[in-house]
Design a binder for this molecule. Structure first.
Ligand SMILES: Nc1ncnc2c1ncn2[C@@H]1O[C@H](COP(=O)(O)OP(=O)(O)OP(=O)(O)O)[C@@H](O)[C@H]1O
Ligand SMILES: [Mg+2]
Length: 281
């Protein structure tokens, strides 16, 4: 068997995400999810967009079992999240929290990134290799001995991202990964998403950065008021003015430019835009 450092049973089994008619109400009485259904196939890259309070974080917290559905069902492969602990779910679903300070528990960056792999029971050598690779990926190798709170908030977000990468889960979920990042950070995170996609992992991202979404995600889900408002190819969903008008989501800059120029088609990439402009001359 080829050794790719992954635990064979979790890494190779097909791991569709199935959310069936899920509703969830916080103890405060807020109905955060109202009958959400969706299915994500292994290897898909999906962006979840929508206004503040739409229920995006509540939804993804259902995928790793942090929250259990009030009604309805969530399954990850053959596991119903209600029947497994969060610790067990972590072998299948890696979740990078919206706020890194909700995630960080250790006193050094190196220990923090090793936390997940250790909890998953990765053998020591594999653990070391995964931690080193994840730190290198986010450019924090030199910071391994640093206390996470001696880093900036955007750097702490990269630490939490590395923690999840080191777990090598088949499904990776990012909650607002680009928030607070400068252009270099955004490009780095885009590269990480592309690499995970190339490895065949399933990647879900919550984002307010529609250009980031357009550049890296084939499918977009728009949420509003605890419901899925639209779900489909990003190129369709992100250009539907009617959908975007009902949320605070701004269409990508290229789409707005295309609309201002009254181009027939709304392109999502620079290449498509150029082709459209040159083609329409
Ligand atoms: N722990 C909580 N207790 C009570 N209500 C909550 C809690 N977390 C979220 N909510 C409420 O549930 C609703 C959905 O919140 P959620 O965090 O899922 O939205 P979101 O789409 O992730 O928003 P944002 O873009 O601001 O992160 C909101 O009305 C929010 O105020
Ligand atoms: Mg959120």
């Amino acid at each position: 068997m080829k050794d790719d450092g992954q635990r064979p049973t979790e890494a190779r089994a097909p791991m569709p995400i199935v959310v069936e008619d899920v509703s969830f109400t916080y103890p405060s009485g807020t109905h955060a999810l109202r009958g959400v259904s969706l299915r994500v196939s292994p290897g898909e890259a999906v962006a979840i967009v929508g206004e503040n309070g739409a229920g995006k974080t509540t939804l993804v917290k259902h995928l790793n079992g942090l929250l259990k559905p009030g009604t309805g069902r969530v399954t990850i492969g053959d596991w119903d999240t209600r029947e497994h602990t969060v610790a067990k779910m972590a072998a299948r679903v890696g979740y990078v929290f919206q706020n890194p300070d909700d995630q960080i528990v250790e006193r050094t960056v190196g220990d923090e990134v090793a936390f997940g792999p250790r909890r998953l029971g990765q053998p020591a050598a594999e653990q070391q290799a995964n931690v080193a690779a994840a730190l290198a990926t986010v450019g924090l190798t030199e910071a391994a001995k640093t206390h996470p709170y001696d880093l900036t908030a955007p750097q702490r977000k990269l630490v939490t991202l590395a923690s999840v990468l080191a777990m090598r889960t088949p499904i990776v979920i990012f909650d607002e990964p680009t928030m607070g990042q400068d252009a270099r950070g955004v490009a780095l995170i885009g590269d990480i998403v592309d690499r995970l996609k190339a490895e065949g992992r399933t990647v879900l991202t919550i984002t307010h950065d529609i250009d980031f979404c357009a550049a890296h995600f084939g499918r977009a889900i728009v949420m509003a008021d605890g419901q899925v408002l639209a779900d489909g190819p990003a190129a369709d969903v992100l250009t539907r003015a009617d959908v975007l008008a009902t949320t605070n989501v701004e269409p990508p800059q290229l789409v707005r430019l295309a609309q201002a120029l009254r181009l027939k088609r709304a392109p999502l990439t620079v290449e498509e835009f150029v082709a459209e402009v040159v083609g329409s001359e």
